[in-house]
Design a binder for this molecule. Structure first.
Ligand SMILES: Cc1cc2nc3c(=O)[nH]c(=O)nc-3n(C[C@H](O)[C@H](O)[C@H](O)COP(=O)(O)OP(=O)(O)OC[C@H]3O[C@@H](n4cnc5c(N)ncnc54)[C@H](O)[C@@H]3O)c2cc1C
Length: 384
């Protein structure tokens, strides 16, 4: 307890000294730092904030120090999060490197892979994308057909991925491929890593109705992948793919938790005002209160189950966290759209309508809500 108190004190002082004032505001989409070879920093402060946090290992607070991580315990990392929220400090870095492939590499990667990739991930030098889905393999991910042929010290990969978020902006990809076609589908899959600049890799953005797009189709034509870039064992990739998905789902399930985000209650007060110290609209008051209570329960449940998973190895609950977190986020935006009436339909970079539409994607990416419900019923509740 005493140690945590002094850690909190030191953290608080360090953040005060090192977090530039301009990084203590809620980040709009364009302000988020994804890093990577081609990332254009919005300001010197953004770069400074990333460099200072990376130097301390605090872009990935719980990763081991030997790879450049912060080496913090879960409790210390929680203190750091709380102190960052207290001053509204932005995340210095986001991306699939720190939230997905990094944790998978730490658990399953060879020492050489960890040494090669983890430091560049946590310093924001290399941006990663995820090559899981294919035109005929989404919910049925294990049905994937991208083919990796064995050529001794390397594979030659052919196939097509789809919905590859930010593939056109990423430097490296973690990609599921089929390395054995003779066995049952779950047993012939491997997780491989390669540079997006490798010959034969072509990401093509998919334009959406909004005009913008985060998605690509990614075509793979005779792509050479070295065997030392396989994470874990060849043909054992399904286990790793599922482990990585638990991290993706936890990240998506916590999506409504951005530091500095105005509470729904405050948004409602701004929109309809107060009457005798309470929200003026009674029906809205009930809906907002219900949402705030559910949100708090979700936060506490997430913390509790994460502690239980860490200490007693109980069944992983990421499907539950993802399902409920994304439902909450969609409910939040439905309420916000209602609060703002016709104003909510404005269409600019920071508009509510964009967030509202985007929140629906949360219930699909990382596995759809229906699939999460199947997992919850079978693996967590033990039904059927
Ligand atoms: C915003 C966003 C970002 C994404 N980013 C990436 C990315 O970076 N990389 C990547 O590889 N993929 C990405 N995806 C793809 C995502 O993983 C797939 O869209 C998702 O797994 C669903 O697959 P599908 O689109 O093929 O739908 P399908 O699997 O065809 O499903 C269609 C419908 O059928 C339902 N369904 C399917 N099977 C069952 C079942 N057994 N029981 C009940 N209902 C079922 C689904 O719930 C869904 O409603 C992204 C998707 C979105 C929306």
């Amino acid at each position: 307890m005493q140690e945590l108190t002094s850690f909190r004190q030191e953290t608080c002082e360090w953040l005060e000294e090192n977090c530039p004032p301009s990084m203590r505001k809620p980040a709009l989409e364009k302000d988020k730092c994804w890093g990577g070879r081609n990332f254009e920093f919005q300001s010197e402060d953004q770069k400074l904030w990333l460099d200072r946090m990376a130097e301390r290992g605090w872009t990935v607070p719980t990763w081991p120090k030997e790879y450049g991580g912060g080496g913090l315990s879960k409790d210390e990392a929680k203190v750091l999060r709380e102190e960052m929220v207290a001053i509204c400090a932005r995340a210095p870095l986001i991306g699939f490197g720190i939230s997905m492939i990094g944790p998978a590499m730490l658990e399953f990667g060879s020492e050489a892979l960890k040494q090669q990739h983890l430091p560049s991930i946590l310093r924001g030098e290399i941006r990663w994308c995820q090559g899981y889905s294919e035109p005929n393999a989404g919910s049925d991910l294990a049905g994937l057909q991208a083919r990796a042929e064995d050529h001794g010290d390397h594979f030659i990969v052919n196939g097509q991925k789809v919905w590859t978020s930010y593939a056109d902006k990423s430097d490296w990809i973690f990609c599921l491929v089929r390395t054995d076609f003779e066995v049952k589908k779950h047993f012939g899959i491997s997780l491989v890593l390669f540079d997006m600049e490798t010959e034969g890799v072509t990401p093509r953005p998919i334009r959406l109705i909004s005009g913008a797009s985060q998605f690509c189709e990614t075509f793979l034509e005779n792509v050479r992948v070295e065997k030392d870039q396989v994470v874990g064992e060849i043909n054992k990739g399904w286990t790793i793919a599922k482990y990585l998905l638990t991290h993706e789902r936890e990240m998506i399930g916590g999506i409504g938790n951005a530091p500095g985000q105005k509470s729904l209650g405050d948004e409602a007060i701004a929109a309809v005002g107060l009457k005798s110290g309470r929200l003026a609209d009674e029906l809205l008051r009930a809906e907002v209160a219900e949402w705030e209570v559910d949100f708090k329960c979700h936060q506490l449940t997430t913390e509790r189950v994460n502690d239980e998973v860490a200490t007693s190895g109980v069944v992983n609950t990421s499907a539950m966290i993802k399902y409920y977190g994304t439902e909450l986020n969609m409910r939040r935006y439905e309420l916000l759209m209602g609060l703002q009436g016709a104003d909510a339909l404005q269409w600019n970079d920071a508009s509510q309508a964009r967030h509202w539409l985007r929140s629906k994607g949360n219930s699909i990416e990382g596995g759809t809500s229906e699939v999460q419900l199947n997992i919850i019923s079978k693996r967590i509740l033990g039904l059927g």
